[in-house]
Unconditional design. Structure first.
Length: 201
């Protein structure tokens, strides 16, 4: 359905000369990603409304996508797989958030997550998939943004130390960052396995 709708929208863009025919495939792929992401986010927010977790979900998505967009991460091969993976990831967030928020040692959990996340962001950003190569300029730009994000994460953690009453608001953001970093590691492993299979390593 998403693919058909993306094809339809792209064809209309070409018909009304909004885009050139040569850019049709690029826009079609872009629309597929956008509509798939939009649908997933809408469903996640609907679930959050039923669970009374709208604010936590919004903060989680900020943390997750701030890393995901810049640093990269695992991509499922099909829209259905992507949708299911996103929902399972959200369920994992809800479980992890509930586990940390009620624990008296929540600060230790935060330190552990960020101690894993920040070095991986600095070391691996951006993750470039062989099927989706990046220009040198984009790689350098994303690398710089990754460094800035790492600094902001440390600053945010410092805020939770100085203002403990804000800790519960930052936890969903930190969990989102951690889950995005797990996706980065999964992508890195997938790329290494792919290169080994092709005999590049």
């Amino acid at each position: 359905m998403i693919r058909k709708f993306s094809r339809y929208v792209s064809q209309k863009f070409v018909f009304y000369k909004i885009i050139h025919q040569n850019d049709y495939e690029i826009y079609k792929y872009g629309f597929e990603l956008f509509f798939s992401l939009f649908l997933t986010v809408i469903i996640i927010f609907v679930i959050s409304l039923f669970l009374g977790k709208t604010l936590e979900t919004f903060l989680y998505l900020i943390g997750f996508f701030s890393i995901r967009v810049v640093c990269g991460g695992y991509h499922a091969k099909h829209h259905i797989s992507c949708f299911v993976t996103s929902l399972l990831t959200y369920v994992f967030f809800l479980y992890l958030h509930q586990l940390i928020i009620k624990d008296e040692y929540k600060l230790i959990f935060i330190i552990l997550m960020l101690s894993i996340s920040v070095p991986i962001i600095l070391a691996f950003t951006p993750i470039e998939h062989p099927n989706n190569p990046m220009s040198v300029y984009r790689k350098k730009k994303n690398k710089k943004i990754g460094i800035i994000l790492s600094v902001l994460i440390v600053v945010a953690f410092s805020v939770t130390i100085m203002a403990p009453f804000l800790t519960d608001y930052f936890i969903p953001v930190f969990v989102g960052i951690f889950i995005a970093v797990v996706a980065m590691v999964a992508a890195k492993i997938e790329i290494l396995l792919l290169k080994r299979k092709e005999g590049h390593i």
